[in-house]
Ligand binder design. Sequence first.
Ligand code: PRX
Length: 572
Amino acid sequence: MITEILSPKQTGNHNLKNYEEQYNSYEWDQAEQQFSWHTTGLVNMAYEAIDRHADLGKGSNVALYYSDQNRKENYTFQEMKEFSNKAGNVLRNIGVGKGDRVFIFMPRTPELYFVLLGAIKLGAIVGPLFEAFMEGAVKDRLEDSSAKVIITTPDLIGRVPVDELPDLQKIVLVGSSVEEDAQTVDFYRHFETATTTLEIEWVDREDGMILHYTSGSTGKPKGVLHVHNAMVQHYETAKWVLDLKENDIYWCTADPGWVTGTSYGVFAPWLVGVSNVIRGGRFSPDDWYQTIEDHQVTVWYSAPTAFRMLMGAGNDVFNNYNLSSLRHVLSVGEPLNPEVVRWGMEVMKLRIHDTWWMTETGAQLICNYPSMEIKPGSMGKPIPGVEAAIVDDKGNKLPPNRMGNLAIKKGWPSMMRAIWNRPEKYESYFLSGDWYVSGDSAYMDEDGYFWFQGRVDDVIMTAGERVGPFEIESKLVEHPAVAEAGVIGKPDPVRGEIIKAFISLRDGYAPSEELQEEIRSFVKKGLAAHAAPREMEFKDSLPKTRSGKIMRRVLKAWELDLPTGDLSTMED
Ligand code: PRX
């Protein structure tokens, strides 16, 4: 049992001052007073995120600090309101209306945010696609959702199989020298002349807003539908978890092709009216540190893989920059190894706050808060208004320290409302109608902290012992030679499964028998003999999703010589 504890932060806004008290008394309708449906019965996320601030006298505050290799631009809330109105008018003029599926397939630029907000203002359902998607992945998503419009660039249009998508009516190209035809629309030509006022489509809070495709362990990616009502939870978690107040400068490193990049890269920060930093282009340690320094970022939301890469780049790189503006740092998407938390304490002198949630949950659910003690390696505790539990396969709650299914009591505001076209798949997430079953295994300790153990199908049973691969991976990456590690259960006639580790080494280390033995005994010593990988294989790099998760199922498929399945979410 890990006993390490990091005490609450002394600085910050502490919007959530006393977790226990707030948790025991909170009801979601306390937040609902904030939004327009409280008085009119109708609402629109883009209005609440952008126009509301402009209309309430905050129009000259900076909403967006954008930069990439070539561009450096700032936009105020008033400008964001006007530019998203213009984009909305361009889309309305080509027939986009409420409920239409509009896909956005382009690199992170200010225009992406104008069209995303503009489409939402029309009541359309936006499908954001990551720019690295290739043709098959694009086609699956547009086909499944009968997309009416795609907004893309001349560089990417070659990956949209237009002729194979009979429902696709319009292609909006964001780029220079676009030739228009019956189907193709030159975005800038119409954007320039579009008016800055737009009649917003006021919708019901339960109307569809965004469709994120995500892959499960089998089959094609599924379309997870979120509705405008999610704003309640985005708004509250922006305060409780991101700890934001209006004068903060916030940077979420995720791309809007993934749920973190919309829920926490667009909606949450803007609902509370902070300045949002968007950095285009690819990851590089220097570039990222520079971004924090340039914009004086105060709150930073990123992912374990990024932190590990920064860690791997070394403290010398870190020391070249002044990151003293940082106040609050958060992580999501995969297990946050205690090792990374320790690195954060060492170099940034800050705790990295783990947060747990999923595409399907729409917003954060289990988190570490500034005002709370952190146990490194734990995902934290459920947000106020949310009941989380560990349940068995029948939906019975398990006592503390028992590993089981991580489940959430149905009914939190940002919960997905459908799997597009697949009602039976949607229903399959819920046990006895009441519990949403995440597919993650975890346990809750006696203090109510949740500990991630792996995806349910990744849990390893070896010689009667239940072992979570994450625990082993975490230990492995603590070894100085190990850059990244992925662990799977390999079928074994005697032990049920044995543990096999795939490892990529840090620069300066070469694979050898001695090194294997050393790593094995390191895990044995650090964790337990039964947790030490019996087999090890060194690889130059490991298969990962775009959001940085090591794809154990691909490792498993390699190992067992099976088909790897859908790879559309795998990084290059
Ligand atoms: O397995 C959990 C892992 O990521 C899954 C959800 O992935 P996705 O839908 O891509 O959403 C990622 C960002 C919201 C979960 O089922 N996961 C997410 N956060 C954590 C995590 N695993 C461990 N610790 C976390 N904090």
